[in-house]
Design a protein around this ligand. Sequence first.
Ligand code: PGA
Length: 258
Amino acid sequence: MSRRGLVAGNWKMNGLTGAADTLVGGILKGLEQRKGKNICEVLVCPPFTAIQAVGKKIAGSAVKLGGQNMSEHKPGAHTGEITGQMLTDIGCTYVILGHSERRSMYGEDSQLVARKMVAAYRDGLTPIVCIGETLQERESGKTLDVIRDQVSAIFPNLPADEAKRQQLVLAYEPVWAIGTGKTATPEQAQEVHAFIRKMLVDQLGNDTASKVRILYGGSVKPDNAAVIFSKPDVDGGLIGGAALKAEDFLGIIDGFQG
Ligand code: PGA
């Protein structure tokens, strides 16, 4: 299996420019100390207002830059929105789409997320599409049904281009594990990741399915990262709270090395 691990920091609505600078400075320093080690791909997704400053700071490093959301529309009269092109313009190569906070607080459904994915590809970004069940859905035995619905929505909207399909990143984030300190067990994560992988195989064929990365997100910390990342279909993590402390984020990156 030739999937490169990816650890992505989702800073959410945190960080004025000064704090963002300090945080990314700490990450860069830690990565410098790990130079020569075979570490995973590292991505930071600051709030929009800090992206440019963070981008300048990471210039020349291996750290990648991403947005946390974008509009599905082309440029025009959409007050308060931004296009994918605006993200690429300031150095982003990734964008997180359909995070559960966007789905639950801002009414984003799987169809909208699929349209945003189309726009992200069009604008030259790699989409990280988030999926995951609520506690109620898990407790009523509906986890895999919810995942099936959320993942199915993106298939008709994937580009025909094979290389672009292989770039796709999915992030399984059980809603009940986000910011709660409750992590899915490695077995729970692997069960869902394997289910998603099987869907990818059925829809896109073995070759593409074996290249698509599936991240786990939800209360990943330095002390639980390694065991979650050790599962065969877990290709890295989408990190919220622990991405706001350089030391913790670096500890999670170390977890990828097993
Ligand atoms: P958490 O958030 O690591 O704070 O649980 C993960 C996420 O929402 O992406």
